[in-house]
Structure formats: C-alpha cells, structure tokens
Design a protein around this ligand. Structure first.
Ligand SMILES: *[C@@H]1O[C@H](CO)[C@@H](O)[C@H](O)[C@H]1NC(C)=O
Ligand SMILES: *[C@@H]1O[C@H](CO)[C@@H](O)[C@H](O)[C@H]1NC(C)=O
Ligand SMILES: *[C@@H]1O[C@H](CO)[C@@H](O)[C@H](O)[C@H]1NC(C)=O
Ligand SMILES: *[C@@H]1O[C@H](CO)[C@@H](O)[C@H](O)[C@H]1NC(C)=O
Ligand SMILES: *[C@@H]1O[C@H](CO)[C@@H](O)[C@H](O)[C@H]1NC(C)=O
Length: 520
C-alpha cells in the first residue's frame, strides 16, 4: 500500500515536469558545440521532454520528440565572408576580439535569412515553449526568439569556458588575478605584467562586447522582429535563470562561482564503447600501445603543411606504438607501417581504450576533457581561441606538453612525444584527475538535467542571484568606495603635509629668533 502511495506521489511529481516543451537555441555555429548541446538535449528527451533545437549543423538523427531545425548553409557562407585563415593562428587578442564583433554581425544577418529561422517564426503565435535553453557563447541576436515565444523561463548553456562577459553578466566576480583570459597563453600563476595584461584583456572583452558588439546585434535583431518587440538586451539577459557552463573543478583551475552558475564540465563524455571491427583489429596488433592523433571539428588536418606532416610521420616511424591519425584533408605520402590514416575516428572510444597511451591534439575543450576523463596524457599544438590557454593549463597540471605551431619540427615533436610516453609522471597525474572527476555524487549530465528540471518545476530561481548581477558596474566593483577612500587619503595627506609644513615653519622661526638672540 505504502509503495503504491509512494509510486503515485512520484508519478505526480514527475508529471509536473514531464513532457515539457523545450526550445534549444544553438546560436553558435560550431560542430563541437552541437555535439555537446545534442548530448544535453537528447538526455532531456530521454527524460520525457520534447526538444526542438535550432542550429547550424545538419543532423539526420531520427528520434521521437527530438526535432532539429537547421539554419542551412552557414559554414559555407562563412568560408566566403570570413575565411578561416582570418582567425585561425591569430595571436593578437585585440584583433581576435575585433573580428568576433564582425563575426557576430555576419552570423546574425545570416541566421535571420535562413529557412530554418522562418520555420520557427511561422509557429502559431500562441505556441508555447515551457523553457528556452540558449547557447550563450556567441552571438546573442537569437535572444529575439525569447519574446517571440512569450518569455518562458530561459537557461543559458555553453560548451565553452566561463568567458569574462558571461561571468560578468551573471554577477560573478571576474578573478583576473588568477583566471587567464581565454585568448591568452597564461596559466593561473601570473606575474605583475601578466596580471595587468590579463585584466586589460578581460575588461576590453567585456566593454567591447557590451558597448559595440551587442548594440550592433540588437540593431540587426530589431530590424527583423520590429523595434517594439525587443526589450533592452540587459533586461533579457538579467532574466536568464541559470548558466550551465562546461567547466569542472577537477578539470579546470579552482575559481569562485556564483550559485546561479552550475559547472557541468564534460557532460558530453560517455564511457568508451567497444570499437568498430576495423579499429579492433589495429588495437589487437598494437603490442606497444596506441597513439590517437586527432584535431577537432573546427581545426582540420589541413592546418598542417607538408613539412609538418613529414616531421610527424618521421617521428612516428621511430616509435614502437601504433598511431591512428584522423587526417581528413588530402592524402599523405610515405606513411610508415605503424601509422593508420582515417578520415573519421570514434574519438571518445579510442581515447577510452585501455591500450591508448597518448592523445595528440590541438587542445580543443571537448577532446582534452575526454582525455582527462579517460586518463590519457596529451601532446600537441594549440591553434586558436581557448586552445592556447587550455594547453597552458594542462602543461601546468603536468599532464601534457605542447608546442607552438611555429616550432613543429622533427626534433621538438620527437622530444615531447617521447617525454610524455616514457615519463610516468604524466600518466599518474592524469589518472588522479580522472578519478577526482568521476568521484562525484552526480554526473555532469545528471546535474545539468537536475537544474533544468528545477527551473521547469519552480520557474523562478532568482534566489540564486548574487546582488552584483543587478548593480551598476561601478557599485558591483565598489569603484565609488575606492574613489571615496582615495579622496580621503589624498585629503589626509594634504592636511598632514600642511600641518607638517606649518610646524616646520614655526620651528624655523623659533630657531631664527634664538640665533638672533644669541648674536645680540
Ligand atoms: C514523446 O512525447 C509524448 C508526449 O509528451 C509522450 O507521450 C511520449 O512518450 C514521448 N516519447 C518518448 C520516446 O519519450
Ligand atoms: C514537440 O516539438 C515539435 C517540434 O517543435 C512540435 O511540432 C510539437 O508540437 C511539440 N509537441 C508538443 C506536445 O508540444
Ligand atoms: C491557438 O490559436 C488558434 C487560432 O488562432 C486556435 O485554433 C488554437 O486552439 C490555439 N491553441 C492554443 C494552444 O491555445
Ligand atoms: C522575465 O521572465 C519572466 C518569466 O520568466 C517574464 O514573465 C518576463 O516578461 C521576462 N522579462 C523580460 C524583460 O524578458
Ligand atoms: C619547408 O621546409 C623547407 C626547408 O626547411 C623550407 O624551405 C620551406 O619554406 C618549408 N615550407 C613551408 C610551407 O613551411
């Protein structure tokens, strides 16, 4: 009897949140973000919800209650408007930030012209979503869909790290003294010059975003939705309930997080599955272990020129390990016996295989998280955006070695690879990280779903907000207090100085009088 009552209560409880109708807005065009967003959305579907995701990626997956609306043609469009060479290997942070403003405008203009966008806009005016999930990484013009669907609760997610603007807009302290900017090459141990640079980068990022990029995006959005339809940006933004961010204390530097920011780092990672036949055969023959070499979905193998590929192949020919290399652009010549080239890899399953010794990577966030999860040390070379700061972090944790793109020579590659293969420190350190990550009461994916359902159940979770989220910038940073203290100090200094001068003057007068007296 009691069981039946409990079951009834349980069903009643889940019915409240079950079958929610969710719109997932994948605003950033990036295949890796789509992978991450898809893992989260399909898990919500498995929990009984109906998810409609609008994205730039093609996906032919057929799954009940999972609808993909593609804003088709963006990647091709980008190649013409904003070629990869323009931002890959870009080492100047200000150039990068400046380019991202242009990129935002290009992306917004494009999105609004797509069929996919029109499909969503043609939904009946009274169609309701119970929740909108927004990939807040960049850009934000699709915020326009929030008022279009009558302002349901909104949750922000990002497969990126916690960038300064997003951190700031959720009321989180910036911590520029120990959290390196995502375009820098710093670690969390910075000297005075580096901290100064880091602080300037972070604030430049926030100010350019707030005062240049967002107004440009808003203008494009208002032209599409109508001036009156779109409330001020910061109002929409402050109304977002929560942020689910792709970080975890086991993977990342320790940092302070406001309660409305939930770390769900690595939610895309699954335990390794058994390998397809082709790879199983390679692994069975690899007595010395396997090295997996894979750049990501954004960085392709054509980032390497012939000198680079020759150098890698020459190094591989000296190793006792087998190398599986994802090389999707063109054909490699003189491939040694122990190297297998494939256009596609089941990356997570390969990294997760117990016979994998090393992962060669460009230090993209998702791949390096997989390697940490499975406890496989890394070598590689970062190419753009957060990859430098990721590489520096993993080197700081002594679980990876990295080379600059400019220094990819035979000798350097040979030295880094053999050092990480032969020195057990790297493996030992990363296994510890793997254990720490796995030893948590909920997995990242469970935590993400839990918080999404909290918002579905309770609507308002603004009790999690730190008051700084609603304060003007000068108050949140206590700039007025600092100014007041400075004025006081200057005043006190002035008073003390004039009193001192006065005393000195009196003393001197007195002395002179005495001298005069003596002379007389
Ligand atoms: C899809 O949603 C409907 C309505 O909410 C529900 O009845 C059905 O069980 C769901 N299907 C799956 C596979 O979850
Ligand atoms: C589920 O989502 C699809 C696609 O957006 C929509 O057509 C359908 O009406 C939704 N189902 C429910 C029960 O809301
Ligand atoms: C939405 O509006 C249409 C007509 O404008 C109406 O037929 C339909 O029942 C409404 N749907 C809901 C869920 O209110
Ligand atoms: C903020 O969200 C609430 C409900 O979550 C909604 O009623 C309100 O209109 C939203 N305001 C803005 C400015 O988006
Ligand atoms: C490759 O190396 C040769 C010899 O060191 C050099 O002359 C050439 O410029 C290099 N090519 C590229 C594309 O870097």
């Amino acid at each position: 009897m009691r069981f039946v009552v409990l079951l009834f209560l349980y069903l009643k409880l889940i019915r409240n949140i079950n079958g929610a109708n969710i719109l997932f807005i994948g605003a950033l065009a990036s295949p890796s973000h789509y992978i991450w967003n898809k893992v989260l959305s399909t898990e919500l579907v498995r929990n009984g919800h109906n998810v409609t995701i609008i994205t730039h990626d093609y996906d032919s997956t057929k799954m009940e209650n999972y609808t993909v609306i593609t804003m088709k043609g963006f990647y091709e469009h980008l190649e013409n408007e904003f070629p990869a060479e323009k931002y890959m290997l870009e080492n100047n942070v200000f150039n990068f930030i400046h380019q991202s403003v242009d990129y935002g405008a290009i992306a917004c203009t494009f999105d609004f012209s797509t069929e996919g966008f029109k499909v969503l806009m043609d939904y009946p005016q009274n169609f309701t979503f119970d929740l909108i999930i927004y990939d807040i990484t960049y850009p934000v013009c699709l915020y326009g869909l929030i008022p279009r669907f009558n302002n349901p609760p909104v949750i922000a997610v990002t497969a990126f790290l916690l960038n300064p603007y997003v951190s700031y807009s959720f009321g989180n302290p910036l911590q520029t003294s120990h959290i390196p900017h995502y375009c820098s090459k710093f670690t969390n141990q910075m000297n005075l010059r580096e901290r100064l640079t880091n602080t300037i980068y972070s604030w430049a990022d926030i100010l350019i975003y707030k005062y240049i990029s967002i107004p440009r995006q808003t203008a494009i959005t208002r032209a599409v939705f109508g001036q009156g339809m779109i409330p001020p940006w910061d109002e929409i933004e402050r109304n977002i309930s929560l942020l689910l961010v792709n970080t975890d204390p086991a993977f990342d530097y320790p940092m302070v997080l406001a309660p409305n920011i939930i770390p769900v780092g690595g939610l895309h990672i699954k335990p390794a599955k058994s390998l397809p036949q082709d790879f199983e055969v390679i692994y069975n023959k690899a007595k010395g272990g396997v090295i997996v070499f894979s750049l990501g979905t954004n960085v392709k193998s054509n980032i390497l020129n012939k000198n680079h590929t020759d150098a890698f192949l020459k190094v591989f020919s000296t190793l006792k390990q087998v190398v599986i290399w994802k090389f999707e652009t063109g054909v490699l010549e003189n491939v040694p016996q122990n190297v297998f080239i494939r256009k596609w890899l089941p990356q997570n399953d390969l990294i997760g295989h117990s016979n994998t010794k090393l992962f060669i990577t460009h230090f993209g966030a998702l791949g390096t998280q997989e390697a940490m999860y499975h406890g496989v040390p890394m070598v590689g070379f970062p190419v753009f955006v957060d990859q430098h700061v990721n590489a520096a972090k993993l080197a700081e944790k002594k679980i990876a070695l990295y080379l600059d793109y400019e220094s990819l020579t035979y000798e350097n590659i040979y030295n880094t690879i053999t050092e990480v293969l032969n020195n057990p420190m790297y493996k030992n350190n990363i296994v510890k990280i793997s254990q720490r990550y796995k030893n948590q009461p909920l997995t990242a994916l469970e935590r993400a779903v839990f918080w999404i359902e909290q918002v579905l159940k309770n609507g308002d979770v603004h009790y999690l907000n730190v008051p700084t989220r609603d304060m003007p910038m000068y108050q949140a940073l206590n700039l007025d207090v600092i100014l007041l203290i400075t004025i006081c100090l200057v005043f006190i200094y002035a008073v003390v100085k004039s009193v001192f001068r006065c005393c000195l003057y009196v003393l001197r007068m007195f002395k002179q009088d005495k001298v005069k007296e003596k002379m007389m």
